[in-house]
Design a protein around this ligand. Structure first.
Ligand code: NAD
Length: 430
């Protein structure tokens, strides 16, 4: 198998990268054109996806290199408009190789669908009635989606809780459904709808909402990375950063995020920079992933860091990330969006769980890259060089002028639109 270490990939032209990618993953020329944006999702398909469609909206698609996930080399497609993210993930993944790459695992793909039951004379008694009728309810749920059952999924359990609310106690029933390779929203929502008559019959109550929970805490993916001290030391602007010191600063940064919600929100945003980019590139529902991530981060009652960083007994830096990851490779936009299909092929993903594991590896890589930069040279140094290009483009620079203006802005340490406009006016003439 080819290595995902593609030295110099970033220095190639777009066309050269496309050729290298096609060769690496055995992509056809049509598939390359789909990734390039020349083919792919068009207005006609968009019209079948959303209401009042007028067209499609593009995002840059970058390839994160160097990823080794459970011993397998992976090139990761990332759809994102923010500079530095693809570079940060690739950089982290390169260092991670020195400790064996990312070790990932995941739970069974279990989703929770909720049914709200009201107007109960005695909610606690109704709860027991639901549990006593579990076999009958499970049978109804099982008949809803024979295709899912054939694929090895289907309902696994029924749970019931009495929840105190502003309107008094209500009974909340959860159907736990193995969604296999689907994200499963449609599948589990249909099951909840179908259970309504039986639940009203069993509880003598009134069913109101029937909808999945995005707090998919039974469907988690996990990534672990070990970074040897030798991989952590580096030079920047003539300053030497020693490995143990970099490790300690990263652990200090993590402790800050773990203790303070103001910092945790930004720390987790860094994780989501990596996560969302892959979720979007594969046509998955990033709002669902975002909602699940932040609810999971607050599950103790206090919002905190999704990741952990510490040192192992040999002094290596160790990072872990566990979070809900309700992604599919069947259904939703994953099947309809041509680029999502090529993205899955590029990663060699054949099961939704494989995809969820790659995504958390990228989230952890991104978390490392951002935290390392923040805890050492500061994030602006790397970020500004890339940001400067966007500012140059916004100021009207085209072609070679983009790099020239961007370099000047960085050299002057003033990446501002007005200065960029002045440079474009000045240099555009020469
Ligand atoms: P879907 O209904 O299009 O496809 C899933 C179906 O495919 C399964 O029900 C099953 O019948 C079939 N299938 C065939 N082979 C399978 C396999 N190997 N594994 C699993 N299923 C297989 O898609 P979905 O995943 O149920 O729904 C996803 C969509 O729902 C997304 O577009 C999402 O945006 C949307 N959605 C989300 C929410 C939310 O997150 N709150 C709410 C409603 C809808």
């Amino acid at each position: 198998m080819s290595s995902s270490r593609l030295p110099g990939f970033y220095q190639k032209s777009i066309e050269e990268r496309q050729v290298a990618l096609a060769k690496w993953a055995g992509l056809s020329s049509d598939e390359v054109q789909i990734l390039a944006g020349a083919m792919g999702l068009n207005a006609e398909s968009a019209d079948h996806m959303v209401e009042n469609a007028v067209g499609t909206f593009g995002l840059p698609l970058g390839i994160a290199t160097n990823f080794l996930v459970n011993g397998r080399d992976v090139l990761v497609p990332m759809a994102i408009e923010e500079p530095s993210v693809v570079a940060g993930a690739s950089y982290a993944a390169r260092l991670a190789r020195e400790g064996g790459g990312f070790v990932c695992s995941s739970s069974e793909p279990l989703m929770i669908s909720q049914i709200q039951i009201l107007d109960l004379a005695e909610p606690h008694a109704a709860r027991l009635d639901v549990l006593a009728n579990k076999a009958r309810l499970m049978e109804i749920a099982r008949d809803v989606d024979p295709m899912l059952v054939r694929a090895g999924g289907g309902p696994r359990d029924i749970e019931a809780r009495v929840v105190e609310s502003a309107l008094g106690p209500m009974l909340i029933v959860h159907i736990i459904v193995d969604c296999r390779d689907a994200m499963g929203a449609n599948a589990v929502n249909t099951m909840a709808e179908r259970l309504r008559p039986a639940l009203e019959d069993v509880t003598h109550g009134r069913v109101n909402l029937r909808i999945l929970s995005n707090l998919a805490d039974r469907r988690v993916a996990r990534a672990k990375v070990v970074l040897p001290l030798a991989a952590l030391s580096f030079e920047s602007d003539g300053v030497h950063y020693e490995g143990a010191n970099v490790r300690d600063r990263i652990v200090e940064a993590w402790a800050f995020a773990a203790a303070d919600p103001y910092r945790a929100a930004t720390h987790n945003k860094g994780i989501m920079n990596g996560v969302d980019a892959v979720v979007i590139a594969t046509g998955n529902d990033w709002r669902a992933i975002e909602a699940g991530a932040h609810a999971y981060a607050a599950r103790s009652g206090r919002y905190t860091s999704l990741s952990h960083w510490g040192a192992d007994k040999n002094g290596n830096l160790v990072g872990t990330l566990e979070m809900p990851m309700a992604v599919g490779i069947i259904g939703g936009a994953t099947k309809v969006h041509p680029a999502a299909q090529v993205a899955l092929k590029l990663m060699g993903v054949t099961e939704a769980r494989d995809l969820s594991e790659i995504i958390v590896a990228v989230g952890l890589a991104q978390n490392f890259a951002a935290t390392r930069a923040l805890a050492t040279e500061g994030i602006q140094r790397g970020h500004m060089a890339l940001h400067a290009r966007q500012v140059a483009i916004a100021a009207g620079a085209t072609g070679e002028l983009i790099e020239r203006v961007a370099a000047q802005l960085v050299a002057e340490r003033h990446v501002r639109l007005d200065r960029a406009q002045a440079l474009v006016a000045e240099q555009g003439k020469s």
